[in-house]
Design a protein around this ligand. Sequence first.
Ligand code: 13P
Length: 246
Amino acid sequence: MRYFIGNWKMFGIPKSINILNKINSFHSKDKNRKKYRVIITPPYTLIESYSKHFKNKKILIGSQNCYQKDQFSSNTAAVSPYMIRSVGAKYTLVGHSDNRSEGDTSKMLKRKVEFALNNNLKVVFCIGEGRSDKKNKKTFKVLKNQIIKVLEKKFYSNNIIVAYEPIWSIGTGKIPNKDELTKTITYIKKVLKNIYKKSPAVLYGGSVDGNNVEMFKQITEIDGFLIGGASKSSKKFIDIIKNYYR
Ligand code: 13P
């Protein structure tokens, strides 16, 4: 199974659903549709209406984050996995670099993963090294730490997907070269196999578009993509899928 996940970040109002209607109608007619899953993570404000709209359709809706507590608490503006699940989301991102840079620690992320899984949300756990980590050849060390500090053996790994997003590649148009990326994805899977018998799916994210997906698709270890900018346009998002299967 391959995954094409569109992370809208701080984008979207109710009528932006038109973008998803187009993606959904492409997906439902695509001859390759059984080979992949489309998940979109709109902002919290749209999860309920979009989940209802696509209830019996192909597109699945997820959240971009969740709070590290179960059910309810007294934290202003916090939204728990339980609340997210109750409005129809099936997935949640956890550990996106945007949230790590605003203070999400591994300790917090572990709780987020645990509570999300307990509330029947599948988790897309994001990891990635920064520009200086890469320059100082610390990439593997950073990635390993990000994984082992959060993903516990007791977590149900069938409901976990890992997304590798090098921070220097997010929104920059810069992408890793093929050899480098093959080695990194292979390494991530090796670390995951030390925790779980079988590695969860590992996605790539960072400046993915309809042109460079030609290179990414040659790396068979990559199980799919976490797409930011290009997921805000139905044409760009569909082009990525089309070119992937061409
Ligand atoms: P871009 O595709 O815009 O680089 O964003 C990647 C990302 O952060 C998705 O979560």
